[in-house]
Design a protein around this ligand. Structure first.
Ligand SMILES: *[C@@H]1O[C@H](CO)[C@@H](O)[C@H](O)[C@H]1NC(C)=O
Ligand SMILES: *[C@@H]1O[C@H](CO)[C@@H](O)[C@H](O)[C@H]1NC(C)=O
Length: 439
């Protein structure tokens, strides 16, 4: 503590600081001179007459915060300021005559200003202006206007890869009055300045770029008027960890839950109730996702397509369960047709075994298992699947039990393949999207 006080108190440092501050920016201020400068330059210019035949206006955007990106209404809101610079030769004064005056300030109503507006504004379309913001005029005629604003612009949101999506929003600046022959907009920098941006909970700004463009407008008499336009792009990435735990994980788990209906024993009497509950849960999740997705059909979210498929699979599982129940509960007196026997022997048992048994287990094992599962109705001919004896020994309950296994395996494979495919598409597709937008 005492050491610091000593340094600040030392006269040498004060002298150094004094020397530093004698540069142009900290030149001595002479109020009467400044008033004189203002009187002179303002008397020689008119606010409605532009400074040159073709005025070049440099525009740059500095961002302070991303307020929100409302996916549903496609509104992108940011806070920042536009730095607008141009040279007005009428506003010069000589350094020799007024050495103490480097800048003067004036309101926008007193000098010429480019009539800029935000083309894709969602809030209001009006000329960018703020009568309270002063413009600074340098002695070489350079006018600088820092215009703070909340920019609320329309942003075409692509939710295809939600929640791993990257959004590119644009703020389009153009001149309302002056055509490109009279006013040219140039980017002062190749990107928006986002050094000072505050972190946002949902989006992280990853890059920005600025392009010049021309805005064409045909009049009734066939003449096409061209306006200079500046497109300031802001690219943001969604922070997806929240969505992985609150959206993705429940969807994947619930989809697999529907398979367990085929493991539930018929005797429990819960099969249909269980699958309907799972279906209902999937519907609720679909509603949650739809809430995040714009109501347009420009692009479809892979996630909602995935969910729709999972609901279809759920419905199929429900129908299959009902079918299994019907077969299982059939009157044992009804003779089993040869088609069923063929299906049982050639398709159901081999395929269930192929997927369920380990490589060492033999077919005998599954037969025993299914017999035990259904009770004692068909007793012990364990060679039935292979042998000719099968036609005499299978019952409707056997068929029902093996159908359950068969559906478990086939629906399980379908759901696994679909889920893996969707997850791969979601996580790897984002890079394609970025490349596509960069064009
Ligand atoms: C400001 O400039 C005027 C004339 O240019 C001079 O008369 C006056 O003394 C100056 N005032 C100061 C505080 O330097
Ligand atoms: C505007 O930007 C261009 C380059 O983009 C530069 O050459 C020019 O000096 C700038 N003009 C002003 C007034 O800053």
């Amino acid at each position: 503590m005492p050491r610091y006080t000593c340094i600040y108190g030392s006269g040498v440092l004060q002298l150094l600081l004094c020397l530093l501050f004698t540069s142009d920016a900290f030149a001595e201020w002479n109020t009467s001179d400044a008033q004189e400068v203002r009187r002179t330059i303002l008397s020689s210019s008119h606010p409605y007459v532009r400074p040159s035949q073709r005025t070049t206006v440099n525009v740059s955007l500095s961002l302070l915060t991303i307020n929100e990106l409302d996916v549903k209404t496609q509104r992108f809101s940011t806070t920042g300021w536009l730095t607008i610079k141009w040279v007005d030769d009428r506003l010069r004064w000589s350094k020799a005559k007024y050495p103490d005056v480097a800048h003067v300030y004036c309101p926008s109503s007193e000098i010429w200003t480019p009539q800029l507006f935000i083309v894709n504004s969602q809030q209001e379309v009006s000329i960018l202006e703020d009568e309270h913001v002063l413009l600074s005029v340098r002695r070489d005629g350079l006018v600088e206007w820092k215009l703070p604003r909340i920019f609320s612009t329309f942003c075409v949101v692509d939710v295809t890869y939600y929640p791993f999506d990257t959004q590119k929003c644009v703020i389009e600046v153009s001149s309302w009055v002056y055509t490109i022959q009279e006013l040219v907009l140039l980017p002062a920098k190749s990107s928006a300045n986002y050094e000072d941006i505050r972190p946002h909970g949902e989006w992280s700004l990853i890059s920005s770029s600025v392009f010049t463009e021309e805005l064409h407008e045909s009049r009734e008499d066939g003449v096409v008027e061209t306006y200079s336009q500046l497109d300031i792009f802001v690219e943001m990435e969604r922070k997806s960890s929240y969505y992985v735990t609150s959206v993705l994980l429940p969807i994947v788990l619930t989809s697999f839950l529907s398979l367990f209906v085929f493991l539930l024993p018929v005797e429990s009497g819960e099969k249909v109730g269980f699958i309907l509950t799972v279906l209902l849960a999937l519907e609720v999740l679909l509603t949650l996702v739809s809430d995040q997705v714009p109501s347009t059909s420009i692009n479809t979210s892979i996630l909602s397509v995935h969910l729709a498929f999972m609901i279809c699979f759920g419905v199929v599982c429900c129908l299959l369960t009902v079918m299994v129940l019907i077969i299982y509960e059939r009157d044992p007196a009804i003779p089993i047709s040869t088609q069923w026997k063929w299906l049982y022997r050639k398709v159901l048992v081999p395929s269930s075994c192929w997927s369920l048994c380990s490589s060492r287990a033999n077919k005998r094992k599954i037969n025993v298992k299914s017999n035990r599962h259904v009770g004692t109705l068909s007793d012990g001919d364990t060679d039935s699947i292979e042998g000719k004896g099968v036609s005499n020994d299978i019952s409707w309950r056997d068929i029902g039990a093996v159908l359950d296994h068969f559906f478990l395996v086939s629906m399980g494979t379908l759901i696994t393949v679909f889920t893996t495919g969707s997850l791969i598409a979601l996580t790897t597709g984002t890079s394609d999207f970025q490349g596509h937008v960069h064009h």
